[in-house]
Design a protein around this ligand. Structure first.
Ligand code: BG6
Length: 469
């Protein structure tokens, strides 16, 4: 049966400023720019953020390609380090303002809805060195200053705003598991950073509403990577481990964003372990009162969890993962290039979870996608990458999403990561995700087979018939 989607469904794709623009004319360095300056060997093939996909220079042509493949909405982010002249006094850089005005106008002229995110891992390096970055509540207030500038400058045309992309990744990558600079390993700091990121989001939402952007058709939300947790077995120990993993990895941001409160089981556990964050009643009231209008969900892979092999309190320094271990399910389907399990049904489980436990809030799939290495392998004689694996991947996920929507989940869109192959932090250009390929030596961009396929899906607002896997 052909699967129809609602008439205003968002068919789009997502990228971010630091991953697509390049550093051209950018006054300040973010933590990734800085990390590349000091440790280029940490980046795949030593490719850094200087050029990325050249969007700063080629945004008009790039947006024309996005239009050509039928996208009606695209997310990117405004770089804090490009827009601001001075982070502490709140002055702006005129070229940054000019650039984002031009980009937003170009999207609107192309009939593409610009969806704007404010923070995509790209903390200004200066604010890390001077204040400890997200460890500091002063930085929370500097972030709000930046957010207000964005609302003031672009809120007349941008209607869909997001405060953070995947804030839990900042916690995991920078404060627990050392995959992003500054590679701190400190569970207690990680807990404070989690709290501060939640507070920053609520304070930006408060500013948005005080400035009245909602009266102009504006909505604001947060983008979370929800990795649904599946226990390895029905044993009490595995179920308990999965519950704690879910609290830490998903609910710490999701409950707070939607219900305005941290889950009480999480607060109890952190209090008992002596690592609870510093908070004030005033801050908790801001979090309570400033919940999101709309949710973006990034979904790539599930999280399979088993009980840890050793007793939690026999481990030294406090880390959340003393309570759980990841579990490699025998027979799982894998994207071997990226090392991630493929499990499309999780998108249905997410849809039902949001429907039943999160007020059936309006939400969209803000990222989903398949990172594949050396895609030149799949070039045909016309120079088009035949990425049938990506078409299958998207089809299967949309199939399950459609079922969730049919059963009442309030999902209004699907964005692939990413419109045009872009730079991905320490993985640089290793895995490609785009509908459109980028040759990083020539910057020539070519639509892949999946881009042509998606155009038909978007134009027909429906998924062609085939059997669900
Ligand atoms: C998402 C991020 O988690 O995954 C993106 O929001 C990132 O910024 C994407 O590029 C793909 O990540 P990776 O690690 O496979 O290159």
């Amino acid at each position: 049966m052909v699967k129809k989607f609602s008439k205003d469904f968002w068919w789009g794709a997502a990228t971010s400023g630091p991953q697509s623009e390049g550093r051209f004319n950018k006054k300040h360095a973010n933590v990734f720019d800085y990390w590349y300056e000091i440790e280029p060997e940490d980046f795949y093939d030593q490719v850094g953020p200087d050029v990325t996909s050249n969007f700063y220079n080629s945004f008009k042509e790039d947006i024309a390609l996005m239009k050509e493949i039928g996208l009606n909405s695209v997310r990117t982010s405004i770089q804090w380090t490009r827009l601001m002249d001075d982070f502490e006094t709140g002055t702006v850089d005129p070229d940054g303002v000019r650039f984002y005005n031009d980009v937003i106008d170009a999207f609107l002229e192309a009939g593409i809805r610009p969806v704007i995110n404010l923070h995509h891992f790209d903390l200004p390096a200066e604010l890390y060195h001077k204040y400890g970055g997200w460890e500091s509540k002063e930085v929370v207030d500097y972030y709000v200053l930046f957010a207000k500038k964005c609302f003031e400058l672009f809120g007349d045309r941008v209607k869909d705003w997001f405060t953070h992309n995947e804030p839990i990744v900042v916690v995991q990558a920078q404060y627990l598991f050392e995959f992003h600079y500054p590679k701190v390993v400190d569970g207690k700091k990680a807990v404070q950073v989690s709290y501060n990121l939640n507070l920053a989001s609520a304070k930006a939402i408060q500013a948005f509403r005080e400035m009245g952007l909602q009266n102009n058709g504006g909505r604001i939300g947060i983008i979370l990577n929800l990795t649904p947790t599946y226990a390895a077995s029905d044993s009490q120990d595995d179920l308990q481990a999965a519950k704690i993993a879910e609290l830490f990895n998903n609910r710490m941001f999701l409950d707070t964003a939607v219900h305005g409160e941290f889950p009480s089981e999480l607060v109890d556990l952190l209090t008992e372990d002596g690592v609870i964050w510093e908070s004030t009643p005033e801050e908790l009231a801001i979090i309570k009162e400033n919940t999101i209008d709309v949710l973006g969900v990034n979904f790539y892979h599930p999280s399979r969890i088993k009980k840890p092999d050793i007793a939690p309190n026999s481990v030294g320094d406090w880390m959340p993962n003393r309570y759980y271990d990841s579990y490699e399910m025998p027979g799982r389907r894998m994207n071997l290039d990226r090392g991630w399990e493929i499990y499309p049904k999780a998108l249905y489980d997410i849809a039902i979870n949001i429907r039943d436990n999160y007020e059936n809030i309006p939400w969209f799939v803000s990222e989903n996608g398949m990172g594949v290495s050396r895609e030149e392998r799949f070039l045909n004689t016309e120079g088009v990458i035949e990425d049938d694996y990506r078409i299958d991947f998207i089809h299967e996920h949309l199939d399950w999403l459609h079922q969730g929507i049919e059963e009442g989940s309030n999902c209004f869109g699907y964005h692939l990561w990413t419109p045009i192959d872009c730079w991905s932090w320490a993985n640089a250009y290793k895995n490609r995700y785009g509908f459109i390929s980028t040759n990083i030596h020539t910057q020539i961009k070519t639509i892949k087979k999946s881009g042509h396929w998606f155009k038909t899906v978007a134009e027909n607002n429906s998924l062609p018939e085939r059997n669900k896997k």
